[in-house]
Ligand binder design. Structure first.
Ligand SMILES: Cc1cc2nc3c(=O)[nH]c(=O)nc-3n(C[C@H](O)[C@H](O)[C@H](O)COP(=O)(O)OP(=O)(O)OC[C@H]3O[C@@H](n4cnc5c(N)ncnc54)[C@H](O)[C@@H]3O)c2cc1C
Length: 354
């Protein structure tokens, strides 16, 4: 038997799994998915979990059932690329061997070495951490102070969703630059800034968080007393990926060839937030890479020479400002208001039916 092991069943891992299952695979191929949660998590919706505007069940999907796949719902503790084994946590360790390995473990918060950030802030990067953040926000007393550090896409969505969920809270967004969403068009930046003014979310520009304490954030020499602090100020690839003995880019993502293979170990493929790319990390990117990898691996498993994948073509990004407003740059056209918000719901709907 040849064992194809997929570690991480997120946007990239699931796309590869579905892509492989849609093909007639050779009889000797067996697929093993190792994923810590017994469901696929819709990470792009975690801001709704944090704000308490969606239930868990709305933000997860069941994995496909197929006799060619076995699932191991355990946390990966070690990836040994020399001996080609994966160790998962159990009461007694369990070791799984692979012939082909796909790594799609996603990313983690980057605390940039800021004291107290890891210890005292809430995170939106995993389902369990988003649930923990939801408890902190949901259990906070009337008029509590919530600070969100980082005004990129996830920070904006978290701040606006919490505002919609809890009109009483005092919400502050700390933005490193002079305008929120610095990667987006000026029209979008203006729309989002207006939304925050109208909806009473304070935005502090040119933020430079020096340290975080249990009860507050110290920024540019001023310490703000806080009840809940949420960290959305950058990410790094998963720590198991950062520890792999492979060449990495400046963001510690593994450098891959045109076939998403690690040049030093061509039976190892990297997808999504863990793989070096010219593009910014996103679910859309992970999905397209996943489609490519499924095609390449299908050829490899049939002992055919894989075709070089086409260039990645991203459609643009969409973001929400609560349930009825949003923004996006679709096919390079800036859009604001209800339309991009509906488009975002449409993308989610399609992913759930994929
Ligand atoms: C709040 C928020 C909003 C976002 N909005 C958008 C958006 O609108 N559009 C967009 O394109 N992108 C968005 N993103 C980014 C997007 O979610 C990621 O880029 C995408 O999920 C990356 O896909 P992936 O397959 O690399 O990793 P993931 O989808 O994160 O999957 C990683 C998988 O690995 C599993 N895993 C992790 N560690 C272990 C372990 N030790 N053992 C076993 N399993 C493990 C996880 O449970 C998970 O299932 C958003 C992110 C956040 C946080």
């Amino acid at each position: 038997m040849r064992n194809v092991v997929i570690v991480g069943g997120g946007y990239g891992g699931l796309k590869i799994l579905n892509g492989l299952l849609s093909q007639a695979l050779p009889e000797d191929v067996r697929i093993t998915v190792i994923e810590k949660n017994p469901y696929h998590s819709l990470k792009t919706e975690f801001y709704t979990i944090v704000a308490g505007t969606a239930a868990d069940i709305d933000v997860r999907m069941q994995y496909p059932k197929d006799e060619r796949v076995q699932y191991i719902f355990r946390e990966v503790e070690d990836i040994d690329v020399e001996n080609e084994t994966i160790t998962v946590n159990r009461k007694t360790d369990r070791v799984i061997s692979y012939d082909y390995l796909i790594i799609g473990l996603g990313c983690e918060d980057n605390y940039h070495g800021i004291d107290g950030a890891d210890q005292y802030t809430q995170s939106v990067q995993t389902f369990s951490k988003a649930r923990k953040a939801a408890l902190a926000v949901g259990n906070s007393e009337a008029y509590s102070r919530v600070s969100i550090v980082g005004a990129g896409l996830s920070g904006i969505e978290v701040a606006s969703e919490i505002r919609e969920s809890r009109p009483d809270l005092n919400i502050r967004l700390l933005d490193r630059g002079g305008s929120v969403l610095k990667a987006f068009d000026k029209r979008i930046q203006a729309h989002v800034s207006d939304w925050f003014v109208k909806n009473d979310v304070e935005v502090l520009h040119y933020a430079n968080v020096e340290y975080v304490e249990k009860d507050g954030v110290c920024n540019n020499g001023i310490c703000y007393v806080n009840d809940v602090t949420i960290w959305t100020a950058g990410v790094l690839p998963h720590h198991l990926v950062r520890a792999l003995p492979y060449e990495k880019d400046d963001e510690q993502r593994v450098i891959v060839n045109d076939y998403y293979q690690v040049p030093d170990g061509k039976n190892v493929y990297i997808v999504g937030d863990c793989a070096s790319s010219d593009h910014f990390m996103s679910a859309q990117l992970a999905g397209q890479q996943g489609e490519h990898i499924a095609g390449i691996l299908g050829d490899v498993l049939h002992h055919r020479k894989p075709k070089k994948p086409s260039r990645i073509k991203l459609k643009g990004s969409l973001g929400s400002l609560g349930s009825s407003d949003g923004f996006g740059n679709m096919y390079n056209r800036p859009m604001t208001g209800l339309l991009p918000r509906l488009a975002k719901s449409g993308v989610l709907w399609m992913h759930k039916r994929d």
